[in-house]
Design a protein around this ligand. Sequence first.
Ligand SMILES: Nc1ncnc2c1ncn2[C@@H]1O[C@H](COP(=O)(O)OP(=O)(O)OP(=O)(O)O)[C@@H](O)[C@H]1O
Length: 365
Amino acid sequence: MHVELESIAKSFGSSCVLRGVDLTVESGSLVTLLGPSGCGKTTLLRILAGFLHPDAGKVLFGGQRVEALPPYRRGAAMVFQSYAIFPHLTVADNVAYGLKARGVGRAEREARVRDILAKVRMSGYEARMPSQLSGGQKQRVGLARALVIRPDLLLMDEPLSNLDATLRIEMREEIRLLQRDYGITTIYVTHDQEEALAISDKVALMNSGIIRQYGTPTDLYHHPQHVIVAEFIGRSNLLDGEIRLDLGIPALVGSGGGRLAGPEFLGRLSAATPVRIAFRPEAAAVLEAFDAAGSDGIACNLVLASFLGAHCQVRLAVDQGGEVELRVPGTHPVMSSASGSRWRLHPDPAGLHLFSPKDGKVLAS
Ligand SMILES: Nc1ncnc2c1ncn2[C@@H]1O[C@H](COP(=O)(O)OP(=O)(O)OP(=O)(O)O)[C@@H](O)[C@H]1O
């Protein structure tokens, strides 16, 4: 089911929680609402479900406005972090509950319960009580209960946050496979960026009640449109810098004055513009032994070089303050150097993103 939100606003008392949210979710896709705690994700999901009314804006399901419809008439099912399964009913009765409420006959009910329990790999647990299940099993029952009614829209609020790390990864893959199999339009709330990247067709990154960027996981990772996105998705090194005129030619310099990129990268950015510079630890960079005669790049000290198996990581303290993290090959001389040794870092301009220190918006990338 195609879902559309237009200019959704919501306040609780004097605190404005959603400040004009627009979102389009294509039929059959999985979209995550990602963002730090308190940014309004759950509030938005509750507005979609019909548990909360927006102060302003439109909610459209399949082109029809639904703000006036109660939750049970919206064709959506919700899966909660707390499982929300009935403790006094068996697994089979929990899953059959929604079908019974919809007047589905016994034979069909039993067949559908059997099918969906097989799908979530819970066959054989029909007669168990919830108290006899592990967290992951309860979560699967919750999922089966939502899926069995074949909802047009599945709303999931941090459904995996009560599970341990291994189970979380296993379950998120199951959810993604089931969602694709059934072609159910799904809106999924999480504050775990890796989970969001792993399972989504598109991610809406929220912060302070608005969506900062909405796009595919690779879009958000490689082309952050706001400094918040660069910070929240993956890891980013952030440094202050400035665009300066260097013999009349604009150049990007770090706070220590070392040149990092030339006019080909800066486009139409004018001189004397302060910037926030971001680059990822895995972005290409040259890290060379410090030479007092050089002046380009970022002067820094080695804090720690760590061998992590699949790759090596170094932490460097920048002379002008702050730290950067970098991935290097195991053969790099920094790996056998002492903490405190002096280095000069030249991030490849291709991996740099520049943001405005004022409003956080992207200036160049
Ligand atoms: N019923 C309510 N009454 C008053 N304030 C509320 C209510 N529900 C939510 N809030 C406030 O609205 C803000 C957004 O809450 P929301 O639950 O949407 O955030 P979230 O992004 O889902 O956070 P989390 O990841 O911690 O669940 C918070 O500051 C919260 O305290």
